[in-house]
Design a protein around this ligand. Structure first.
Ligand SMILES: [Zn+2]
Ligand SMILES: [Zn+2]
Length: 86
């Protein structure tokens, strides 16, 4: 399952794999379950509309993306922290 994670829970460097900018606490971050790479939610949705693979490791992340889109449709106005369950 894909996770919405608070930024402080991400180890390594807090860099979005897509835009290569730093991820900040108040931004929605998504982490791919298949490879554990993370991106801004907006970057994931924008870039991965055209290709469904991780820009870093080229793994197929189609299933994770479907979950992200599902979340977006369901609770569009909510912030990322609401998605984390315990
Ligand atoms: Zn980004
Ligand atoms: Zn990856």
């Amino acid at each position: 399952m894909v996770e919405y994670v608070p930024c402080e829970d991400i180890d390594e460097t807090n860099i979005c794999a897509i835009c290569l900018e730093e991820t900040k606490k108040d931004e929605s971050i998504v982490k791919m379950s298949i490879c554990n790479h993370h991106y801004h939610e907006k970057c994931a949705l924008a870039t991965l509309n055209t290709k469904e693979e991780c820009p870093l490791c080229r793994k197929n992340i189609e299933k994770d993306l479907e979950i992200i889109k599902h979340f977006k449709n369901k609770e569009y106005s909510c912030s990322s922290s609401k998605y984390s369950s315990d």
